[in-house]
Design a protein around this ligand. Structure first.
Ligand SMILES: NC(=O)c1ccc[n+]([C@@H]2O[C@H](COP(=O)([O-])OP(=O)(O)OC[C@H]3O[C@@H](n4cnc5c(N)ncnc54)[C@H](O)[C@@H]3O)[C@@H](O)[C@H]2O)c1
Length: 379
């Protein structure tokens, strides 16, 4: 009886001791964790810069680029994939989208093409690991006009997609390029020569998501040292893939209609001035920003532009080559979007920091567009 009592007492003491040890261990672990956590927290600008430099030197090493491109069959992706495959090599550029490329199958044939939905973290993480990716060019997004038709989906794809890409980049120390847009500006932004840093209060869901993307990318760069880079593109004009539902789409459609029908119904007013850029300049700017020496980048997000023009001016430019071209102006809901955007952009900082300079003006672009589309439509 007495022996049993002693055994029970010993057992209780042992349990108490083990609990105390476990408690002390967990406190110690907690303290260690807190110390690590605290040491990672930027406490001043100086420590932010230290973390940033440490990680950037890892991601900016001389490793051969292995680039994952999201939203690769969109207007920009279609041409950027080919451009980068020519610049590096076919196998190192992994194109991805949620849709199959239609028509020209160069994207499928010349290099890897995978299904990847950017709203699913694990899909991105898997492709990054399996293809040994060290850079993501994140193009997948719902752009201005389609975004206004489905704001909930725009928030999901644009916000969650970028959050996922940045998280995968943080975990795997990847470089990340996410284009922004002039739609990130709003009606209270200075509309002429809009500077790199100014009031940004967009009124479209697309613009709101892009401001979030910019700020989140800068946060990941500051907080975790992710080598995040972004350019605010103006309206991009190209002759391969059609644009994906933006407000500057008229400036592409007008050339197609000029060749096909010699007439165009424009959804913006004749005097709506917007900043634009021809695709070869867009590809050049993207590559320059991607390859720029990190130490030269005073900012992680830059304005870039090439030309500003109105529908009337692009019509006049086309008439130099197709004199009997006709145009009618029937503004729709996109007019209000265009009216909230800058008329022209100041990209002095990009010019100063990494030598950005566009090559195409309006007439040079018009001639090139018409030549390319003639070959496409008139065999
Ligand atoms: N084209 C322009 O004029 C312009 C101007 C400024 C900024 N940008 C930016 O450049 C980027 C590319 O634009 P774009 O014009 O090529 O767009 P786009 O609309 O032509 O292409 C977007 C692509 O994203 C894909 N996509 C949609 N949801 C997806 C998902 N959940 N997962 C994976 N892919 C998905 C679509 O299938 C499509 O191929 C966008 O971030 C856009 O904001 C474009």
């Amino acid at each position: 009886m007495r022996a049993a009592l002693i055994r029970r007492l010993q057992h209780r003491m042992l349990m108490k001791h083990e609990n105390t040890v476990a408690f002390l261990k967990s406190r110690k672990l907690h303290t260690i964790n807190r110390t690590i956590w605290k040491s990672q927290l930027p406490t001043s600008n100086a420590s932010i810069t230290t973390i940033q430099r440490r990680k950037l030197s890892v991601t900016n090493n001389s490793k051969k680029p292995r680039i994952l491109i999201t939203g690769a069959i969109g207007q920009i992706g279609t041409e950027l994939v080919t451009y980068l495959r020519d610049r590096y090599d076919n196998k190192s550029i992994i194109a991805s989208d949620v849709k199959m490329p239609s028509g020209d199958n160069a994207l499928l044939e010349k290099g890897p093409f995978v299904y990847m939905d950017v709203t699913d973290y694990s899909q991105i993480a898997r492709i990054v690991v399996e293809y040994r990716i060290n850079c993501v060019i994140h193009l997948a997004a719902l752009i201005s006009a389609v975004g206004e038709k489905n704001p909930q989906l725009a928030m999901k794809v644009n916000n969650l997609g970028t959050e996922n890409v940045l998280e995968v980049a943080r975990v795997n120390e990847l470089k990340v390029y996410v284009p922004s847009t002039i739609a990130a500006f709003g009606p209270s932004t200075p509309r002429v020569n809009t500077p790199n840093m100014c009031v940004m209060r967009p009124t479209t869901v697309y613009g709101i998501t892009k401001v979030y993307n910019e700020l989140l990318g800068e946060y990941y760069c500051r907080r975790y040292g992710v080598d995040f880079r972004s350019l605010r593109y103006p309206g991009i004009i190209s002759n391969k893939a059609m644009p994906g539902g933006g407000t500057t789409d008229y400036a592409v459609e007008i050339y197609h209609e000029a060749i096909k029908n010699k007439s165009y119904n424009c959804f913006l007013k004749d005097d709506t001035m917007l900043p634009m850029m021809y695709m070869p300049d867009c590809l050049k700017a993207t590559c320059m920003m991607l390859e720029a020496d990190s130490s030269k980048l005073k900012s992680r997000v830059y304005n870039v532009t090439a030309i500003s023009f109105t529908p009337k001016q692009v019509y006049d430019s086309i008439k130099k080559y197709i004199p009997d071209m006709k145009i009618e102006y029937k503004p729709d809901f996109r007019q209000a979007i265009a009216d909230s955007w800058p008329k022209s952009i100041d990209d002095t900082e990009a010019r100063n920091d990494w030598d950005w300079k566009p090559e195409y003006d309006l007439d040079f672009m018009t001639k090139d567009m018409l030549d390319a589309l003639r070959k496409k439509y008139i065999v």
